[in-house]
Design a protein around this ligand. Structure first.
Ligand SMILES: *Cc1c(COP(=O)(O)O)cnc(C)c1O
Length: 430
């Protein structure tokens, strides 16, 4: 079942991409734990290798279990196609790979997951790619940062770590004018809370490790293509518009139209970079997607209660949750993620860095981990962990100042979470 518009989100999160197994009738999607798939005959093999026929060859490229997840996430995001890969960070490289080349740059938000700041700020330089970091609330600065070597604009819909909301409509208008794609990391929002493609995004990337799986079991990533970008409008994207030597001069955009990016991601990206999702991981994530909307509703409900409670507590200086009326992002929530501002935010503890460290140590239900989007509540002091490599100025720009902790509110009883925070705040600030 693949029809997007006909069915509601709750139906699609269970059924999209899945069908009873043709060999056995199995109702749940089997884990196709097989590296290779037998060709019907030599002609079939040749057609598959020439990309003239779609089918399974080898699990580095495609696997039936992973394919169900790809179709499901593409449907939930309202995209034309999707490619799953081994992690969220792999998805980010897979998204940029067809667009970039040595000497080219990507304009990115300063408010990103800590690992993404390192990946873009340091590691991609080794490919000769450059990232220009800009405050995405300053639209003139975003415009000014784009030059003739820019090939993409990148931000998070609900941005780490403060749960800030990016004005995707305004950013996509800027990207459109520059004729370059907007890539949105929708990990913290999920397609239940935000659908970036409806706000003009060309590509959506996910760390499926987080809410899509929802139980902290497997790492994974996904790149969804809207299918709407004209890769041949100019000569900026030769990987998609020009003849590909590895496929006898095949032109991906001309041949595959709205599926060009997806086919390139499999035929070139996964084939040559090898950042493949394994079928076991796809299985766990498929299980997670079935309950996504139910979990997200509870994450939001709990986050609203807990952020509201923290905001009134005099041991706390401020709370960044966009779902609070006091947040400067409150109005943007209605436009960008009308079902709620997610489960992620930061709060500042009176007593600064040391009080934050004590708080993290004193909590009993909240786990101190470098993860988010789990069913269980999580906390991290970013300045001493994920954002440790950054200068204090960079930490503040990223929303990870030394006096704040980041929480990922789980789906437990809100009252229990509040009681846990209450006792730990007492220990941290006494
Ligand atoms: C976790 C995360 C990533 C990286 O994903 P991995 O699966 O850990 O590689 C990227 N972006 C966001 C917003 C994340 O939360």
């Amino acid at each position: 079942m693949t029809d997007g518009p006909k069915y509601g989100f709750d139906t699609l999160q269970i059924h999209a991409g899945a069908r009873p197994d043709p060999a056995t009738g199995a109702r749940q999607t089997p884990i196709y734990q097989s590296t290779a798939f037998v060709f019907r005959d030599a002609e079939h093999a040749a057609a598959l290798f020439n990309l003239q026929e779609v089918g399974y060859i080898y699990s580095r490229l495609t696997n039936p279990t992973v394919a169900v997840l790809q179709e499901r996430i593409a449907t939930l995001e309202g995209g034309a196609g999707a490619v799953c890969c081994s992690s969220g960070h792999a998805a980010q490289i897979m998204a940029l790979f067809p667009l970039m080349a040595p000497g080219l740059n990507v304009v990115v938000s300063t408010r990103l997951y800590g690992g993404t700041i390192t990946q873009f700020g340091q590691t991609i330089k080794r490919f000769g790619w450059e990232a220009t970091f800009v405050d995405f609330d300053d639209l003139d600065a975003v415009k000014a940062a784009i030059n003739d070597k820019t090939r993409a604009v990148f931000c998070e819909a609900i941005a780490n770590p403060g749960g800030y909301i990016t004005d995707l409509d305004a950013i996509s208008a800027i990207a459109d004018e520059a004729e370059i794609p907007l890539v949105v990391d929708n990990t913290s929002a999920t397609p239940y809370l935000c659908r970036p493609i409806e706000h003009g995004a060309t590509l959506v990337v996910h760390s499926t490790t987080k809410y899509l799986t929802g139980n902290g079991t497997v790492t994974g990533g996904c790149v969804v293509d809207s299918g709407t970008f004209d890769w041949s409008a100019n000569d900026k994207f030769p990987s998609l518009s020009q003849p590909e030597p590895a496929y006898h001069g095949l032109k991906f955009h001309e041949t595959f139209g709205p599926l060009a990016f997806t086919f390139h991601g499999i035929a070139i990206g996964l084939r040559d970079l090898g950042m493949t999702m394994n079928p076991q991981a796809a299985h766990y994530t498929l299980m997670g997607t079935e309950t996504l909307s139910l979990r997200m509703d509870r994450h939001v409900e709990n986050a609203v209660k807990i952020a509201g409670w923290l905001e009134k507590d005099d041991r706390v200086d401020y709370v960044t949750y966009a779902g609070l009326k006091s947040s400067p992002y409150f109005d943007r929530v209605k436009k960008i993620c009308p079902r709620g501002a997610g489960g992620l935010f930061t709060f500042a503890v009176k007593g600064g860095y040391d009080a934050c460290v004590k708080l993290v140590n004193a909590l009993e239900i909240f786990s101190h981990v470098a993860n988010l989007g789990d069913a269980r509540s999580l906390i991290i002091h970013s300045a001493s962990t994920t954002h440790r490599q950054l200068t204090e100025e960079q930490q503040r720009a990223a929303g990870a100042a030394p006096e704040v902790v980041r929480v990922s509110i789980g789906i437990e009883d809100a009252d229990d979470l509040i009681a846990d925070l209450d006792q730990a705040l007492s220990k941290a600030t006494s």
